[in-house]
Design a protein around this ligand. Structure first.
Ligand SMILES: Nc1ncnc2c1ncn2[C@@H]1O[C@H](COP(=O)(O)OP(=O)(O)O)[C@@H](O)[C@H]1O
Ligand SMILES: [Mg+2]
Length: 236
């Protein structure tokens, strides 16, 4: 029998018959302000699971190691069970969100090179920015592990830029999480979806991601459905 082992703000994790494999269920829920605001959103789990599955299959095909095994149903997938590194690994191609606020830049200022940042994953502390030396002091990861994550996340960025561009979508920024699989490999885990990426229409710059929910600027599912249908159309 499947037992619930972890429930976060977007997903539930269940055991399977294989101790190294877990079932991820995408919930119909959106949160902002690190969980302080929470709402039910019809179909969000299904749409995000389908977007995430399509993206992770693409990354696996490119030879980028990830936790993703297969999509099980509209709302569920099988992944390798991992020991997660408590870091949010962020890459930015254009200025938005906290970067834009912090440095008072123009919206969607294009960076010559992608910007990479780490945040310490803690709802209680509001995911504070953390630098390499703080990461070492807290024994969160070794310098070698940080280099591996940086190298991987830049590869992932290039792959995602290409995938989204083919669908007329610009990848502004995104965050991912890494973990250790049963063999001790440090690989990509968690999810890549409009919850964790800033995506804008390449022509109009209309937001197609969770910013619509964060800023109350419309029906968040319109953008998510646009992302899914465009990715599906391009994948064919
Ligand atoms: N392959 C994996 N193995 C174990 N835990 C994972 C894996 N992928 C993601 N997780 C963890 O699953 C939990 C639930 O995800 P989510 O609902 O997004 O949580 P959160 O609210 O912390 O962002 C998170 O703690 C995330 O780090
Ligand atoms: Mg999450």
């Amino acid at each position: 029998m499947a037992t619930l082992i972890n429930e976060g703000k977007a997903k539930q994790l269940f055991t399977t018959d294989d101790p190294n494999v877990i079932q991820v269920h995408y919930m119909n829920q959106a949160t902002a302000l690190n969980g302080k605001r929470k709402e039910h959103i019809d179909d969000k789990g299904e749409v995000n699971n389908q977007i995430d599955s399509l993206i992770f299959e693409y990354l696996n095909h490119l030879g980028i190691a990830t936790h993703f095994i297969k999509q099980l149903s509209d709302s569920d997938q099988l992944v390798k069970k991992m020991k997660m590194v408590p870091l949010e690994v962020v890459v930015r191609n254009y200025a938005s969100g906290s970067f834009q606020r912090k440095f008072d830049t123009e919206y969607l200022l294009k960076f010559e090179e992608p910007v990479q940042e780490f945040y310490y994953k803690s709802d209680r502390l509001d995911d504070p920015f953390i630098n390499d030396s703080q990461i070492h002091a807290l024994k969160i990861a070794t310098p070698e592990q940080l280099s591996t994550m940086r190298e991987q996340v830049f590869k992932i960025n290039q792959a995602l830029i290409k995938l989204f561009a083919a669908s007329g979508i610009t990848l502004v920024d995104f965050k991912v999480e890494f973990g250790f699989d049963a063999d001790g490999n440090l690989i990509l885990g968690d999810e890549i979806s409009p919850d964790s990426c800033r995506l804008v229409d390449a022509q109009t710059h209309e937001s197609l991601d969770k910013d619509v929910f964060r800023k109350h600027t419309g029906n968040v599912m319109d953008g998510y459905r646009t992302v899914l249908s465009r990715l599906e159309a391009t994948a064919k």
